[in-house]
Design a protein around this ligand. Structure first.
Ligand code: FDA
Length: 397
């Protein structure tokens, strides 16, 4: 025990939002501590983007975020834009590139982003405490945080403890519990940006096609995404699936358009006239991977697998074409927090000021990053929210 530790601001959680917020608060000369429960800060930064950290998205807009209150994120996002973070990255000469759709990745390693944040913290003399177990937070005029490293005291506490995805990283529901302790509402959380699992025949199909990636449009009644899907041993993944998973509720179906470039529903009839002796499988293999076509055949036209086009009834061709444009699948579930990139839900935005992320019920208590009920699309938007919300809080402290 180190006794009483007084700070101008205490940040709970040393992830993307916590480290950036700490650095920005400390830049004005304030004394700041980061309390991190685990042995390492920035673990999710290091594992993000396949180790290259998709640190922002050049086209990040409020439309790229889900929340019970879709307007909440507008203020913070407009005051700290992707270009502000890019300027910071540029100032450290970190090489990066656009992979696709505005997604910016480090050329070398996600370590570059973490080193940059730690260097910013270091410059402003932020104290980072690791292995710090928080036992109790009380407020008797100011905050007292009881930990295994001593009692931290401050007028200001910023909760940046993240969500529940990837339990093996030592995540906790601490931020939600603290919000509730101070009388704030928390929107029930669930896994987002997560692969789908199946218990029906799609499980077998996915297993057979494991590793195959196909350009599609995946949609449901709430949204749609033009990106690849990836068949896996367990079900379906890939960017389009991860994106739609955030808009999916248990027992709902999704539609997959396997021919996003084909808008003519007469296409197969025309083919039938032009190539009457050809097998349907052969025709479709001109547009789709052979292995996928073989699986679709067992699902949709097993009896006609050897039948030339001329003898396949138009009604069947119509059904096949409709299925290709909207292959309706009903996932049995998702892989859950074990592999999810983010947590949907969290501290209710009704309880937090959109200007500076401070609790409306509890003065001096701020919430930033993923712990708040704001969740980004895949592609760098979640880090952009971490930076923008952290910056908004720092400006208000
Ligand atoms: P984050 O989870 O980063 O940090 C929270 C910190 O608080 C952790 O260090 C944790 O240990 C600590 N903590 C928790 N409980 C505590 C307690 N009780 N006391 C003290 N400390 C506590 N996003 C993106 O934009 N681009 C990308 O490329 C990716 N890639 C990606 C890959 C994978 C595999 C995952 C799981 C996630 C992504 N993401 C992403 C999402 C992104 O990582 C995520 O949105 C941000 O890390 C959220 O930042 P936070 O700082 O809010 O939480």
């Amino acid at each position: 025990m180190e006794g009483r530790l007084a700070y101008d601001a205490i940040i709970i959680g040393g992830g993307a939002a916590g480290l950036s917020c700490a650095a920005w608060i400390a830049q004005s000369g304030k004394k700041v501590a980061v309390l991190e429960r685990t042995a390492k800060v920035g673990k999710k930064i290091l594992m993000s983007g396949g180790g290259r950290c998709n640190f922002t998205n050049m086209y990040s807009e409020p439309e790229n975020f889900l929340s019970a209150n879709p307007h909440f994120c507008i203020s913070a996002l407009s005051r700290y834009t992707p270009w502000d973070f890019i300027a910071l990255v540029d100032s450290y000469n970190i090489p990066y590139h656009e992979k696709k759709l505005g997604q910016l990745f480090c050329d070398n390693s996600a370590k570059d982003i973490l080193s940059m944040l730690l260097s910013e913290c270091d410059k402003s003399k932020v104290n980072i405490y690791m292995h710090c177990d928080i036992q109790q937070v009380v407020n008797n005029g100011h905050y007292k945080i009881h930990t295994n490293k001593g009692v931290f005291e401050s007028e200001v506490v910023v909760v940046a403890s993240g969500g529940l995805s990837i339990p093996s990283m030592g995540v906790t529901g601490f931020g939600y519990e603290l919000a509730q302790q101070f009388g704030m509402e928390v929107i029930p959380s669930r896994a987002g940006l997560v692969p789908f699992t199946f218990t029906d025949n799609i499980k077998t199909v996915s297993n057979h096609l494991s590793g195959l990636s196909v350009d599609t449009i995946v949609s449901n009644h709430k949204s749609q995404f033009r990106e690849n899907i990836l068949f896996t041993h367990r079900g379906l993944s890939g960017p389009a699936i991860l994106q739609i998973s955030s808009y999916w509720q248990a027992s709902e179906s999704i539609d997959i358009d396997l021919l996003p470039e084909e808008h003519d529903l007469e296409w197969l009839y025309i083919k039938k006239k032009k190539q009457p002796k050809t097998l349907l499988r052969t025709l479709l293999a001109e547009r789709l991977p052979k292995a996928l076509v073989a699986e679709l055949e067992t699902l949709w036209w097993p009896q006609q697998s050897q039948t030339p086009m001329a003898e396949i009834p138009n009604t069947l061709l119509q059904t096949v074409m409709q299925n290709l444009k909207a292959w309706r699948l009903r996932p049995s579930g998702t892989e859950g927090y074990r592999t999810a990139e983010v947590t949907l839900g969290g501290v209710d935005t009704q309880e937090v000021s959109s200007k500076n992320m401070e609790s409306k019920k509890q003065s001096g208590l701020f919430f930033v990053g993923e712990v708040v009920d704001v969740t980004g699309h895949l592609g760098g938007h979640n880090f952009q929210w971490a930076w923008a919300s952290a910056y908004a809080a720092a400006q208000g402290i």
